[in-house]
Design a protein around this ligand. Structure first.
Ligand SMILES: *Cc1c(COP(=O)(O)O)cnc(C)c1O
Length: 673
């Protein structure tokens, strides 16, 4: 894209000095950092589509995500839509179990590993059932953290050896339900979060004449690292301190019930960045275990909680959003640390439990979001030429633009600055003249378009410079020439963690990946909230506050994939502006089907009616009110009765529809600014 492209409106990227043909799908994969976060599941196909690799034992089976979206569109599924790839979920369950199996073999650890899935990460019934099914060969169990989660999980314990770990603060109802599960012969282990909770549990067990069996969450000295650093240590709101644990075991010993303690637990927070923290915590809890066992306790399990991280971006660097270890290194850290202590203290090796949630579910779901409109800073029409009657300030801006277009791709910062300053001055003059009434509104519009065109031309050359050498003015310019991409979704419903804790999620187009993206986009959502936008991105571009994207063609629908959406986002999303849950499609790989998959189920999104009911508006009442408004107008003769009936029908037709926008074929296309 050399001189010809420069006279068009697309001048945003370093693309401008390289021929467009030189862009490959490998470049796209590098730009969107697919290798870093894709975990070998996601890739860019030869045809420039986002794709997911689902083949497990049988090689390299790939599902084209763009094809799935086409398929769903043909079935009238509306977007945004969440795609769940059940094969990815199963593969993650297998990988976690395989990592522990490898570590156990390598360490010659005499004990076993038996994981549980904490359902708070994604409680969707299909997800939990899939995890249990894929985890059956490994006796994978569940973890619950509330009464409702306990009610949901208890009936899923088919095998008596499968664990159900009950964390969270428990009331009498919850404790008695746990005892019911134990009476049923199930391995339900309540983890005592407080000393008083243990007292209440023991009293209730005695009342019911059952032998108590419990776990204890221990407050460790090891401080967590990262965002949830306080979850494990002294400041944690949960867990028994060492003095409390000593008091509890003395009490149980006196009652002849020391064997009641079956499990020791810690949880040092989610997305632990540093594997050494895991190692230290595992070693510390192993020492607590060894000492209690040496005093006659018969603890069967050490539970290392959650925290196994996922690379949202960084690969193995220390950048934000990354972790410094692989899944295998995590498993090794736990197994070797416990083994070392057990060997030294000559105590039997306990069964190791982990409660990995994020690492199990994050990868399996992809949110598909449509770009509805793009809005850029006005550009000058490529065919525009200066007229000799044009105002002096317009002539100056026009000269600046001519100069900017002639600058070679490899220009020095000083010449870029010079052109930019000229344009700045021209725009300042135009603004001042307009302010005094000496410039027409049409000329002001022209001045702005010329100014932004200069900025884009300068910006595209500045991108070829080393960011470290860039003068501050040029760096700021980069932030100003971004385009807003209005997207059909709500940040608060679908990526709450982005708003709440600045979590970055990988986002890339699912099509056009064989074309060079030419725009710097900032994604904004449908909510009337200035926070309803994506502010930080995963990309190989030097700045992370925009995402390089394509300029969608007129009339074309442009879809983005938001990846690694499977952990926490589904359930934590909220109803800001009454945008509801998005529809979802459950996809299974099947080599015998066209495209190598089938859609097993489509779950509809929340309807307007359901959303309204949550805040106590009901169709009958709303209809009565609307009818009344219409009746008054027809009685007053301002509205014909037939029109009134039609208005009411139009209103009532909204109730069953979805809460997101429905772009309809034939709409004058989505404005492309
Ligand atoms: C949240 C939580 C988990 C899950 O943590 P991940 O980091 O998602 O694996 C596990 N155990 C407990 C006690 C939790 O509170």
């Amino acid at each position: 894209m050399s001189s010809t492209a420069e006279s068009t409106e697309v001048e945003t990227t370093r693309a401008s000095d390289v021929a467009p043909e030189s862009w490959t799908v490998e470049d796209a994969a590098a730009l969107y950092r697919v290798a870093e976060w894709g975990d070998r599941f996601f890739l860019v196909s030869e045809s420039g589509h986002a794709a997911v690799r689902v083949g497990r034992e049988h090689g390299d089976q790939v599902i084209d995500i763009q094809a799935v979206v086409e398929d769903l569109r043909a079935r009238n599924v509306s977007f945004p839509c969440l795609l769940r790839f059940h094969d990815v979920l199963r593969a993650r369950v297998e990988r976690v179990n395989a990592a522990f199996a490898n570590a156990i073999e390598e360490a010659e650890y005499p004990g076993r590993y038996q994981g549980v899935y904490p359902i708070k990460v994604n409680q969707l019934h299909e997800v939990v059932e899939e995890v249990l099914d894929a985890g059956r060969p490994f006796r994978m169990g569940l973890e619950c953290g509330s009464k409702t989660e306990l009610v949901a999980t208890l009936p899923h314990l088919e095998d008596d050896e499968t664990l159900l770990i009950c964390n969270g603060v428990k009331d009498r109802v919850m404790l008695s339900l746990i005892l019911a599960g134990q009476q049923l012969g199930k391995r339900v282990i309540p983890v005592m979060e407080k000393f008083s909770e243990a007292e209440r549990y023991l009293a209730l067990a005695a009342e019911l004449g059952q032998a108590p069996r419990l776990g204890v969450r221990v407050r460790l000295d090891t401080e967590g690292a990262g965002r949830w650093a306080e979850s494990g240590s002294h400041q944690s709101k949960f867990g028994l301190s060492i003095p409390e644990l000593v008091a509890l075991s003395a009490r149980l010993r006196d009652a002849g019930q020391l064997e009641a303690i079956e499990l020791l637990h810690f949880h040092i927070g989610s997305q632990v960045e540093d594997v050494n923290v895991v190692k230290r915590a595992a070693r510390e809890i192993a020492h607590v275990y060894a000492q209690l066992v040496q005093r006659g306790a018969r603890i069967g399990f050490i539970d290392v909680g959650g925290g196994l991280g996922v690379n949202y971006d960084a690969g193995y660097s220390d950048e934000e959003g990354g972790v410094n270890y692989s899944l295998q290194e995590y498993a090794n850290a736990v197994v070797f640390a416990v083994k070392e202590v057990c060997d030294a203290q000559e105590v039997p090796a306990p069964t190791l439990v982990s409660e990995s949630g994020r690492a199990i579910t994050a990868h399996h779901s992809v949110l598909i979001v449509e770009v509805l409109e793009t809005h850029g800073k006005g550009q000058i029409d490529p065919g525009w030429t200066l007229d000799e009657d044009d105002h002096q300030c317009i002539a100056e801006l026009s000269a600046a633009l001519d100069w900017a277009r002639e600058l070679p791709a490899e220009s020095k910062p000083t010449s870029l600055l010079e052109v930019f300053h000229d344009a700045q001055e021209g725009k300042k003059q135009a603004d001042a003249l307009f302010g005094y009434g000496y410039l027409s509104i049409e000329d002001k519009a022209l001045a702005e378009q010329l100014y932004w065109s200069v900025c884009r031309a300068v910006q595209s050359r500045a991108e070829n410079l080393d960011p470290a050498e860039l003068p501050a003015e040029l760096r700021d310019l980069g932030d100003q020439v971004v385009d807003q991409y209005l997207c059909n979704f709500s940040v608060f419903q679908s990526i709450l963690d982005h708003w709440a804790i600045g979590q970055r999620f990988p986002i890339m187009p699912i099509d056009h990946l064989d074309e060079r993206p030419t725009r710097r986009a900032v994604l904004v959502d449908l909510t009337c909230d200035s926070d309803g936008k994506v502010g930080r991105y995963v990309s190989g571009a030097p700045e992370k506050d925009y995402l390089p994207l394509h300029a969608p063609g007129d009339g074309e629908r442009y879809f983005l994939g938001f990846f690694l959406m499977g952990a926490y986002q589904d359930i934590m999303g909220d109803a800001h502006n009454l945008f509801g849950r998005v529809p979802e499609a459950h996809i299974y790989a099947d080599e015998g089907e066209p495209g190598g998959y089938y859609v097993e189920k489509i779950i509809e999104g929340t309807s307007i009616q359901d959303m309204l009911a949550q805040v106590q508006y009901f169709p009958s009442d709303l209809k009565r009110r609307m009818s009344e408004l219409i009746r008054r107008k027809t009685e007053a003769g301002v509205l014909r009765p037939r029109a009134g009936v039609e208005l009411l029908e139009r209103y009532m037709a909204c109730f069953p529809s979805g809460t997101y926008l429905e772009p309809t074929a034939g709409d004058p296309t989505l404005a492309r600014g």
